[in-house]
Design a binder for this molecule. Structure first.
Ligand SMILES: [Zn+2]
Ligand SMILES: [Zn+2]
Length: 402
């Protein structure tokens, strides 16, 4: 990274006043968690802060989404987007610190409070001076955690046309890596996440007279077992994939044959072809096994988020900025793929960009004792500033001399 840019990024990282402010915003969001598409208070607070700094704000994009525009003072140029998510999870928090959730049953258990605070920190710095050419689009996205997806809703609401940008970047905190480290990789990084629900219908009856009934119990068991074979037998061994039956539900007692059985599970993979093949295979297996037992299977395959696929140039640029922030050995550029999913994937289907994870340490996300690690707020904000300015300056993706 160019020296001038390196200096700016370092300034952001060491700005104690900015860190203090980010910590306050973060803890305020943590104290007031809101579920996907219900982030009214969070969005209002974000919009208020952005306006305070002279940033042009549009609210209500894709539901509760907020978009801020920062135009540089040095004239026209490229346009780059930075994205943070805002929503919380339906979890009863088990922490007891002062900023714990004030809303029983809701908590920031994934660190989106921290992501929003980091992007606010970057926004305050970028809006102060605006010493760049081009435009930075700040995207505060609702509802990352819900199936309907805030990213998809913002795209459906025209965010790409109303606020055009060439590339987009996002950050997620990542407990398995220590603070002071980060990871990014080119190509598929996080998996797609779909679910399936199968209803096997037979004919109920007396437990003593199975010949007069069509029990759905045996075919349901066979289907559950047969689905386990998809990952090992139907999918190329070189493709990472999970087809996991997580639910089999049928019958209420020992002497009654039920009419129906329900089977459910999750499917994770990294390529669209594998995804489509898996959906077809689940349908084929369930339908035919049920038929062999004289029953019927209705398969509902629910298409969730696609795989999160980083484009090469942008992943490289992200790695360069992270390396200048954290040092060579702290940035993993060949991190294993992650079977979790992320709705940022919808943006990456439409635009170039990269998704990175910042080491957080401590307990895993989506657990009642989780809390974002404020230690990494400054690194996140500095990364956002660095990646945006590096893009707008059109500098090399790789450090000079490498
Ligand atoms: Zn989450
Ligand atoms: Zn998350």
């Amino acid at each position: 990274m160019e020296d001038a840019l390196g200096t700016i990024v370092e300034e952001v990282r060491k700005n104690a006043d900015l860190h203090q402010s980010m910590m306050q915003w973060r803890r305020d969001f943590h104290r007031h968690p809101e579920i996907g598409f219900g982030e009214h208070r969070t969005a209002a607070r974000i919009a208020e802060l952005l306006r305070d700094w002279g940033i042009e704000v549009t609210t209500g994009v894709g539901g509760t989404g907020v978009v801020g525009i920062i135009d540089g003072c040095r004239g026209l140029g490229r346009s780059i987007a930075l994205r943070a998510d805002m929503d919380a999870l339906p979890i009863v928090e088990q922490n007891d610190f002062a900023h714990m959730s004030a809303h029983h049953g809701l908590m920031h258990g994934c660190g989106h409070d921290g992501h929003s605070a980091m992007l606010l920190g970057a926004a305050r710095h970028l809006a102060d001076g605006r010493d760049f050419a081009g435009r930075i689009v700040l995207i505060f996205q609702p509802a990352e955690e819900v199936l309907t997806s805030g990213a998809r809703e913002m795209i459906a609401d025209g965010v790409l046309d109303r606020f055009p940008f060439e590339a987009i970047y996002a950050v997620h905190n990542y407990p398995p890596l220590a603070p002071g480290t980060a990871a990014v990789r080119t190509g598929p990084f996080l998996a797609s996440a779909d679910s399936f629900h199968i209803e096997v219908t037979g004919l109920g009856g007396h437990g003593a007279q199975p010949h007069l009934a069509r029990s759905p119990v045996a075919p349901a068991c066979e289907i559950a077992l047969a689905l386990q074979r998809i990952a090992s037998q139907s999918v190329n061994a070189l493709d990472n994939c999970v087809v996991n039956t997580t639910m089999v539900r049928t019958g209420d007692t020992h002497n009654v044959i039920p009419d129906t059985a329900l089977i459910g599970g999750t499917v994770r993979c990294f390529r669209e072809e594998v995804r489509k093949d898996n959906a077809a295979e689940i349908d084929r297996i369930a339908t035919n096994i049920a038929r062999a037992h004289g029953c019927e299977a209705k398969v509902d395959y629910v298409w969730g988020h696609p795989a999160t696929i980083n484009t090469a140039r942008e992943a490289e640029r992200a790695a360069t900025v992270l390396t200048s922030l954290l040092g060579d050995r702290q940035v993993i550029t060949d991190h294993p793929q992650i079977m979790g999913s992320e709705d940022f994937a919808y943006f990456l289907q439409q635009r170039r960009g990269a998704y990175i994870v910042l080491g957080r340490g401590g307990s895993m996300i989506h657990n009642p004792r989780y809390d974002f690690n404020d230690e990494i707020l400054s690194t996140g904000a500095a990364y956002f500033v660095g990646i945006a300015l590096s893009e707008l300056a059109g500098g090399p993706a790789k450090p000079s001399g490498s």
